[in-house]
Design a protein around this ligand. Sequence first.
Ligand code: SAH
Ligand code: SF4
Ligand code: F3S
Length: 457
Amino acid sequence: MAAAPSFFCPGDRTVVSRPRRLFVKTYGCQMNVYDSERMAELMRAEGFETADSPEAADLVLLNTCHIREKAAEKVYSELGRLVPLKAARPGMKIGVAGCVAQAEGAELRRRQPQVDFVVGPQSYHRLPQLLKAAEAGGAVIDTEFPAEDKFDRLPAPARRAAPAAFLTVQEGCDKFCSFCVVPYTRGAEVSRPAAKVIEEARQLVDHGVVEITLLGQNVNAYESPEGWRLARLIEALAEIPGLARIRYTTSHPRDMGEDLIAAHRDIDKLMPYLHLPVQSGSDRVLKAMNRRHSAAEYLALVDRIRAARPDIALSGDFIVGFPGESEADFAATLDLVRAVGYASAYSFRYSPRPGTPAADREQVAVEVAAERLARLQALLNEQKQAFQQGLVGKVVPVLVEKPGREPGQMVGRSPWLQAVVMQADAGRRGEIVPVHIRAAHANSLEGEIVVAEETAT
Ligand code: SAH
Ligand code: SF4
Ligand code: F3S
């Protein structure tokens, strides 16, 4: 590591050295959020403190997403904003990490030469060495998939204020949906050893974490070197005293095994919320997407999951305007949405991604896709609002997470991942409290903590 920069203080003639500061900006999915936390921890061990803004940073890291064109383009506009900043701050370095880094590699530096180094999602444990090489004046690109285990080279998770944490257990994707860049940016499916995951979960719980979301691009394809599947891992994690809630995301319908469905029935700590993307309700489109299941198979799966855990809430991802999607195909998507009833969902207009099979196919007109997206979103929003309203008058267990906007307010999470606003003392952070829901808003619920006398019989 290079020495911390020093500045000369003329008054007392002492040399004061200040710690260097890191600013990380994160785009994309939860896996990037987890990676950004780990990169910040790694650099903290190298003496970097956290900066609140790029203006105050010696190192700015953009942890990027390549999933849709808009996401990737955001990176270049952010880099454009950073260039004058860098010119005004000699010594400042800019690094690009994540999926755009992986996909574009050296091209990134060609488009924006002020980038000092580029690091892919599988090599970020080498960040300190990359920074050193960049400081020595080299152009640094590291987008390898090294044989060494990145996770073994990261420091133990640091103490954190938030009672809910992410924990990556699986990375990569072997599914090759014809629209998606993830198999190229994140590589093949790899699962972390169960023992390592349990150890990391224990460390998080020792630091006050009570809710853990297990992450993977295909988390339910988890299969550890010990031969454990996700259901067994969840069962083992549920034994950790102090860990109250377990979630996992994102799942592929094809990997939703009976053992995992049974886990939803048997393990109370496993929250009744499941993100299960389907993308389309048309078999023709599903086939063209290479999803390798039909709409009927998805609906039958949903039935089995609901039979195991009747209060489970489902969320999904949808793509509209996929190449070749007709009005009838789109109507099949609306039918599937009506049949399932989602508590929440993400929907996107198809974005052709370079290097993916669907990018070269005949595209649906932008206006047609935009109009379909609006119709789908109206239906999904209707379902979401119905789900929110359905909780009014009920008492739900809420994990108190952080202060709200108004003084005296705290915001927590329901079992179904909704934000719940309540009056509460900040000291209750990390507690799970019963909340009587009084009102439902578009993106949150509002309620009051039930005091013991009210619940006494
Ligand atoms: N592994 C997850 C999804 C990861 S990407 C799964 O299989 O479901 C998150 C979501 O982005 C996808 O579910 C999909 O709805 C959307 N997406 C991916 N590629 C896209 C593209 N080229 N255009 C529009 N949306 C896309
Ligand atoms: Fe992308 Fe499909 Fe893999 Fe999900 S399963 S990450 S959508 S290729
Ligand atoms: Fe984006 Fe990469 Fe996640 S492309 S969605 S950051 S896996």
